[in-house]
Design a protein around this ligand. Structure first.
Ligand code: SF4
Length: 123
């Protein structure tokens, strides 16, 4: 993966085959807009330039209007730029609990969840 490029590839859902890329060196991906060079050091959210996730599974217990009776396919990404003092996912959001995943691995997670659940939530 090229330095400064978080995800890149071709959007195969687009009839035009548009390419996409999200730069995170400097990073302006969220409203915190800290401008970190995530190829070198973590941003305010605590994350470097590779996606990190703590859990990818069906989620049954919250937001019943979304999860319904079969659950929603949910990915808990590591890190957060809000730092809420009462965060119920503190170990994930602030203590870096999770594993680095490749973009291809992340795509496989999403496709598996898409097959298992009628709705998808990305946290
Ligand atoms: S807090 Fe994280 S996602 Fe937000 S701009 Fe900074 S490095 Fe990017």
């Amino acid at each position: 993966m090229a330095a400064g490029t978080h995800f890149s590839g071709t959007d195969t859902r687009s009839s035009s085959g548009d390419t996409f890329s999200l730069s995170c060196s400097p990073c302006h991906l969220c409203p915190r807009d800290c401008g970190a060079d995530r190829a070198v050091s973590p941003g305010y959210c605590g994350q470097l330039d590779a996606p990190t996730a703590a859990r990818a599974a069906l989620h049954h217990w919250e937001e019943p209007c979304i999860s319904g009776t079969r659950g929603s396919g949910t990915i808990f990404f590591t890190g957060c730029s809000l730092r809420c003092c009462f965060c119920q996912n503190y170990h994930i959001s602030q203590e870096n609990l999770g594993k680095t995943v490749t973009p291809a691995g992340l795509c496989r997670m999403m496709l598996r969840l898409q097959d298992e659940a009628p709705t998808i939530s990305i946290w």
